[in-house]
Design a protein around this ligand. Structure first.
Ligand SMILES: CC(C)(COP(=O)(O)OP(=O)(O)OC[C@H]1O[C@@H](n2cnc3c(N)ncnc32)[C@H](O)[C@@H]1OP(=O)(O)O)[C@@H](O)C(=O)NCCC(=O)NCCS
Length: 173
């Protein structure tokens, strides 16, 4: 399988919207109401919102492409683009999503390694993320990648208040 990781630009916005919506929906549809899911998808993945995020110089999006098909994506934030005030030492992985049929082939790890590469290039010391407490699969993956739980914060899916664990990994070297 030919794997490519490509930085997204404004030209990719429609593809980003599609992969963003589809991967979020397939990951969380079974554990959330259709109304809350619809509200979140509209808020988080409308073109105006994505345009703003793509234009933010402290955020970066990447596609993972397998045999020319976009099968997942990564979003990282630094400085004030982070969704919590974690400060200058940290890079946030805000989104890391692989389409269901492509999971468990090492692609999540490819995107994670990309995040580490960006963090090191920017002289960051730590990577952090928020993960839904019920997302056991992702928590297992993050633990395997060396993250540890350090706290929690609130996340809204539509009008439902959910708890996200905050997990942190300290970079070596
Ligand atoms: C979480 C996610 C990104 C992981 O990506 P993936 O491509 O399935 O994982 P990989 O195949 O790259 O796994 C890398 C390593 O982690 C391990 N791993 C993966 N999932 C695991 C789990 N649930 N528990 C323990 N280890 C796990 C793999 O065995 C592999 O180990 P290795 O390096 O020794 O071979 C992917 O499952 C996904 O997109 N899930 C849905 C969306 C989601 O929940 N995103 C996170 C939102 S916070």
């Amino acid at each position: 399988m030919a794997i490519e990781i490509k930085r997204c630009t404004l030209e990719d916005i429609k593809t980003l919207q599609k992969v963003g919506r589809e991967t979020f929906y397939e990951s969380f549809k079974d554990q959330n109401s259709p109304e809350n899911m619809k509200a979140y998808l509209e808020k988080a993945f409308n073109l105006e919102q994505l345009e703003k995020e793509l234009a933010n110089k402290h955020s970066q999006f990447y596609f993972v492409i397998v045999d020319k098909e976009v099968v997942g994506y990564l979003k990282v934030n630094v400085d004030d683009a982070q969704t919590e005030k974690m400060g200058k030492e940290y890079l946030e992985i805000e989104r890391i999503y692989i389409r269901q049929t492509f999971q468990k082939y090492g692609l999540g790890k490819c995107l994670f390694n990309k995040a580490v590469e960006i963090a090191k290039a920017l002289n960051k010391k730590k990577i952090w993320l928020g993960v839904w407490e019920k997302n056991e699969n992702a928590i297992g993956f993050y633990e395997k990648m060396g993250f540890v739980k350090t706290g929690s914060h609130v996340f809204y899916l539509g009008d439902e208040e959910q708890t996200d664990y905050i997990m942190v990994k300290t970079l070596e070297g």
